[in-house]
Design a protein around this ligand. Structure first.
Ligand code: NAD
Length: 299
C-alpha cells in the first residue's frame, strides 16, 4: 500500500491531506501547528517529528508550505527529507514557490535517487475541501503517470505542463492574470462610482460580455458587499508577484503591469491590509480617488 508523507497542514494542506485519507491512503504527517496535526491523527494519520523520519517511512512525500525558503529547509535542511532519502522515493512539492527554487531542490535530490515534481495548485480553500483544486505539474512524464492517481484524489484537474519548474511558472502566470484582473475591476468600479453610475449595475451589464471573467464573478460581489475577508490574502499574493518578478528578470521577460500591481499590494500591506483578501486592491484605488465603492449611494 502506498504510504504518503504530508508536511504543511495549513489552510490548503489540511483539507488536501484529509482527502487523501478519504481516498484510502495511509498518511504520515507533520506541521508546527499541533492542533492541525492532532486533527489528522484522529482521522488515522501517523505523526512524525522531522521531514527525515517522514521520508524514511514514505513512498511519496508531499509538501504544502508557504514559500521557497520553507521548501528548501524541509527538503535540504537539517533533518530534512534528503537525510531520509531512499531509492524510489518521489517528492511532490505542491507549494507555490519560485521555479528556480524547485529546480535547485530537484538537482540535489535526484543525486540521492529521489525524483521530484513541482505541483502547485489553484482553487483556494473551498476547492481544497471539495477535492476540486487544479494542479499544474512540472517534471518527468513517467513520474507524473505513476503518482497521478494520488494527485487526482485531491483535485478536479491535474495537468502536466513541462519539466521541473514548469508547474510553478504556470502558477505564476495564473497569479499575474488574477492580480491584474482584480486591479482592472477595481479601477473600473472606482471610475463608475465617481461618474455616478452604480457599480452593481455596471457589473450586471458587462458580466456576459468580453469583460466578463471568473475573477469578475468571484471578486465583484465581494467588493460590492465590502467583504474583504480572505480568500486569498494580500501577503500571499505579494509573495507570488515577487516570485514572478524574479522569474521574469531571470528569463528576460519584463513584467511592467505586474510590477505596478505588486507595488499597489505593498502599499496596502503598509496600510495594514496584508491579511485581507486580494480584492482589497479596490481600497488602493478608493484612496487615490477619495471615494468608496458601494451600492448604498444608489439606493
Ligand atoms: P498556510 O500558511 O495556511 O499553511 C502553511 C503551513 O505550513 C502552516 O500550517 C505552517 O505551520 C506549516 N509549515 C511551515 N513551515 C513548516 C515546516 N518547516 N515544517 C512543518 N510545517 C511547516 O498556507 P496555505 O494557505 O495553506 O498555502 C500553502 C501554499 O499554497 C502557499 O504557497 C500558497 O501560496 C499556496 N496556495 C494557497 C491558496 C489559498 O487560497 N490559501 C490557494 C492556492 C495556493
Amino acid at each position: 500500500m502506498t504510504k504518503i508523507g504530508f508536511i504543511g497542514l495549513g489552510i490548503m494542506g489540511k483539507p488536501m491531506s484529509k482527502n487523501l485519507i478519504k481516498a484510502g491512503y495511509q498518511l504520515i504527517v507533520s506541521d508546527f501547528n499541533k492542533n492541525a496535526v492532532s486533527e489528522l491523527q484522529q482521522l488515522g494519520a501517523e505523526v512524525a517529528e522531522t521531514p527525515k523520519d517522514i521520508a524514511e517511512k514514505s513512498d511519496i512525500v508531499i509538501t504544502m508550505l508557504p514559500n521557497s525558503p520553507n521548501v528548501k529547509q524541509v527538503a535540504l535542511g537539517e533533518n530534512g527529507l534528503i537525510e531520509g532519502a531512499h531509492e524510489g522515493l518521489v517528492y511532490i512539492d505542491m507549494s507555490s514557490i519560485a521555479p528556480a527554487a524547485s529546480q535547485e531542490v530537484y538537482k540535489v535530490l535526484i543525486e540521492k535517487g529521489v525524483d521530484m515534481l513541482d505541483a502547485p495548485v489553484s482553487g483556494g480553500e473551498p476547492k481544497a475541501i471539495d477535492g476540486t483544486i487544479s494542479v499544474m505539474v512540472g517534471g518527468k512524464k513517467e513520474v507524473f503517470d505513476r503518482v497521478k492517481p494520488v494527485l487526482e484524489a485531491m483535485a478536479g484537474s491535474v495537468v502536466l505542463v513541462g519539466e521541473i519548474g514548469a508547474g510553478n511558472v504556470t502558477k505564476l502566470a495564473n497569479q499575474v492574470i488574477v492580480a491584474l484582473n482584480i486591479a482592472a475591476v477595481s479601477e473600473a468600479f472606482v471610475l463608475s462610482q465617481k461618474a455616478g453610475v452604480n457599480p452593481e449595475a455596471v457589473f450586471e451589464a458587462i458580466r456576459g460580455g468580453l469583460a466578463g471573467s471568473t475573477v469578475l464573478e468571484a471578486k465583484a460581489p465581494m467588493m460590492l458587499d465590502r467583504n474583504f475577508n480572505p480568500g486569498f490574502r494580500i501577503n500571499l499574493h505579494i509573495k507570488d508577484l515577487t516570485n514572478a518578478m524574479e522569474a521574469g528578470h531571470e528569463v528576460g521577460a519584463p513584467l511592467p503591469l505586474t510590477a505596478a500591481v505588486l507595488e499597489m499590494m505593498y502599499g496596502l500591506k503598509v496600510d495594514g491590509h496584508e491579511f485581507d483578501d486580494h480584492s482589497s486592491l479596490l481600497k488602493y484605488y478608493e484612496k487615490l480617488a477619495n471615494t468608496e465603492v458601494s451600492r448604498k449611494y444608489f439606493e
